[in-house]
Structure formats: structure tokens, C-alpha cells
Design a protein around this ligand. Sequence first.
Ligand SMILES: NC(=O)C1=CN([C@@H]2O[C@H](COP(=O)(O)OP(=O)(O)OC[C@H]3O[C@@H](n4cnc5c(N)ncnc54)[C@H](O)[C@@H]3O)[C@@H](O)[C@H]2O)C=CC1
Ligand SMILES: O=C(O)CCC(=O)C(=O)O
Length: 460
Amino acid sequence: MKRINTIVDAKAEIEKLKNPNCAEDDIFFQAMEEVLLSIFPLFKSDEVYSKNAKNAVIRRLITPDRVIKFKVVWMDDNNEVQVNTGYRVQFNNALGPYKGGLRFHPSVNEGILKFLGFEQILKNALTGLPLGGAKGGSDFDPKGKSDFEVMKFCKAFMRELYKHIGPRIDVPAGDIGVGGREIGYLFGEYKRMTSAFEGVLTGKPFFFGGSLMRPEATGYGVVYFTRKMLELDGKESLEGKVCTVSGSGNVALHAIEKLQQLGANPVTCTDSKGMIYDARGLDLALLKELKFVRRTSLEEYAKVHPEAAYTPVSEYPEGAHAVWDIPCYAAFPCATQNELNKKDAENLVKNGCVSVSEGANMPSTTEAIDLMLKNKICLAPAKAANAGGVAVSGFEMSQNAAMQRWSFAKVDVKLQETMEEICENVASTAKEFGVEGNYVVGANIAGFKRVADAMIAEGV
Ligand SMILES: NC(=O)C1=CN([C@@H]2O[C@H](COP(=O)(O)OP(=O)(O)OC[C@H]3O[C@@H](n4cnc5c(N)ncnc54)[C@H](O)[C@@H]3O)[C@@H](O)[C@H]2O)C=CC1
Ligand SMILES: O=C(O)CCC(=O)C(=O)O
């Protein structure tokens, strides 16, 4: 990359990196563009990054070390053969072993995993732990599959993946569609294939090496980050405030749990079919039963609580999402990428929302981010706000390596410290680069600098 003097130079260089023949890469490009444009102040102020083209840090950073793609063949309950595609994108290991989740969802393709892997590099750097960045998964759809089918798929998936991972090489974890159940099946097969009982996956069930609090970590971490961000920005705390949350999976339900513990009132959650709005406050025990045990739709919630409103996705005007139209003090998008668009951001601003904290990876579109920042919403970007999950994964790796088990309280204290340190680091980086209060730029610069310095130090 040539020397970049202006934002126009930066945009022109980024344009050259686009792959016009691959629509799947659009989402990866969205993630990359957000980062590269927002680290522009760094290029202007620090010659190591802007002038030292021999290191080609940007080109090296945006190109995955390798993309592993494999066939997964398994038998369903009718003894029919099923074929899926499996992937692992090992993106960058400048700071430590490749680390990042596995996603099982029909939308999974190489572009989505490249976007998630790229974000993971900078997120992992922000934790301060020795972790590189990776992501993987499959287009397998766990919805409607029996427990036995999920097990057979996981085992077939690991029979290919095990060749490429290891506790000092690459340590996968969960993401959408992959929780404790799936990690348990994957770990069982890894052990069978290698005879090694080692910390090769995180998010394991507690009885064979999982860390206490890993299931809660991402959702709790988002709330800890938000609490600190509001304090630093001199805003009122979350106590007694109405909050809106999207999603109803691992991240969303644990964010709701922590919000309730801090005295806030989370009133919404969503799944791919619709939204629950319960103004009296959500019945979390019921949500956990519906989503973690019965694995069923949110529509069931309204059958138990007819006072709550259920809005199916189909009933809402095109281009906006019902959940972001509910007035709130703080919003927590915790479902999936690009679930909060410009129209949604306008609704949040109109209704006086003070902060938006991204529990999901890249839930806000570029236009939504611009609009929220322009309107002075405190925006906690995913790579900082949801880093609690991978941080506790890092703690799980430490416990496994030392053959130790830490208490829930110990992990909780370390998680709170980590989220507060990330928040302070991001806030002070933004201030240092003249964009005080802009956590998006602060997170991108702070994460990028740590990885880039390691890449420059290791040479080409
Ligand atoms: N599990 C973890 O530790 C971490 C997860 N994340 C991110 O958080 C988000 C949620 O992940 P999890 O809660 O772990 O997954 P999950 O599988 O437990 O739940 C997924 C959630 O996303 C919703 N969802 C999925 N596709 C959707 C769609 N097309 N439209 C609307 N809703 C949809 C589901 O209804 C569900 O609420 C994802 O963006 C994931 O990458 C980020 C950091 C760590
Ligand atoms: O725990 C991990 O290794 C990764 C979690 C993850 O996939 C994420 O942070 O998006």
C-alpha cells in the first residue's frame, strides 16, 4: 500500500482490495472497510504504519493465513446420507494461536467466515491475551434436527477438523448454533481421533475442562462494558432503565440476565421469526426453558404470558425491525450481523436512546453506525463490547494448561476487570487520536496497533 495522506487516498486503496467477482466477500469487505477507514488517523500520525510499505501490514492483515474447506458427510435419522461443507479460516496468529468460534447456520459461507475471522483478530488483540484470530463453521442447519443428528454431524465435522487444530495451534469455540452440547460432541470426537485430552476447544461443559462462566461471559461482558462506558461518558447508570435486546440465544439471554441483576428492565428479545415485547420485564426463566431446553420459537412466550406482545417479522414495515422502535435508554443488538439498519438507528435516535452496545458481531450497518455517531449515541462496537466471551475462553485455556479450575467468582472478577480495561483503553485511544467518545475508532486503532506491531516485529 502506498503512503496514505488523505481519506480519499485511503478509500482508493481500499477499493483496489475489493474482489468484484465474489459476492460472498461483500460482508467481509464491509468489515474491512469500517476498520481501514477508521484507522486513518493512525496513518496520518504515525509513519511506521503509513510510510513503512515494506511491511505491507494492511495487505498481510486482510489476507487469511489459510482457508480450510472440507466435505462433511453424515447420516440423518432416516438413514439418508447428508452432505455439508465445513470451513476453518485461520486468519492471523501474530499474537497467539488461532482462536475464534464455529458457526452452524445455513447462511454460512467463506465470505461470512472471513468477516468474522477478521473481526476476531482485532477483538482478541483488545483483550490483551495471547490469542490470534480465526473463525469456522458449516452450512449445517441445527434447526429441527434431533439431538442424535446434531451429534452425528458434529462428529463427522471433527473427523476432518481435528487435523488442523491443537491447543497451541488453533482453538475453536462456539458461535451461532454451537453451544455446550455441540462443543461436548466435538471434543469427544477429537479425543477419539487423537487420544489426547487437551484444551483444544473452549466452551466445553464444566465436567470435562470447561470454565465456569464461559456460557455467561459474552452477555455479561457486554453489560459490564456498557456500565463502564456510561460512567466514563458521565451518563446515568443502567439501574431502573428500560433496555431493548435482540436475539434470544446465548449472548442475548445472558445480557438480559446481567441487566436484570443490575436493576435494569430489559423488555424485548427476538428470534428469526419475531419479537417479544413484555413491558413488565421479561420472564427470563421461561425464555431459558424455551430456548436452551425446548429449543422452540418465542411465540410460545406469548401463550404463557398473553399480556406480552408478539410481533412476527412479517408484520413489520419493510426496512426496519420492530425491536428498535421500542423506546429505551440502552439498546443491545445480540442476534446477528446487519440486524440494525439506518431506519432502526433513526428510530433509536428519535426515541432518545443513549447507548447501543453490540453483543452480536457487526450487528449495525455502516449507515446506521454513521447516523448513531453523528447523533452522539454512545456506540460500543462489537469487537470491544463482546470480547468477554473470547476473554473467558482465554481463561479456559489457562486453566486447562495448568490443570486447574477457577471459581465462578474468580472468573467473574477477571471478566469485569478485562471489560473495564478494554473500555478504558478504547476510550483513551479515541481521545489520543482526537475523536473523544468515538469507541468505534478507538477500538479499531487500539486493536490494529497491537497486531500490526507484532507483525512488523516478526518480519516477513
Ligand atoms: N457465543 C459467544 O460467545 C459469542 C457470540 N457472538 C455473536 O453473538 C451473536 C449471537 O450468537 P449466540 O448468542 O452465541 O448464538 P445462538 O445460536 O445462541 O443464538 C443465535 C441468536 O441469533 C438469532 N438469529 C440468528 N440468525 C438470525 C436471523 N437471520 N435473524 C434474526 N435472528 C437471528 C437467533 O434467533 C438467536 O437468538 C452472533 O453474532 C455471534 O457471532 C459474539 C461473541 C461471542
Ligand atoms: O470464545 C471464542 O474463542 C470465540 C468467541 C467468538 O466466536 C466471538 O468472539 O465472536
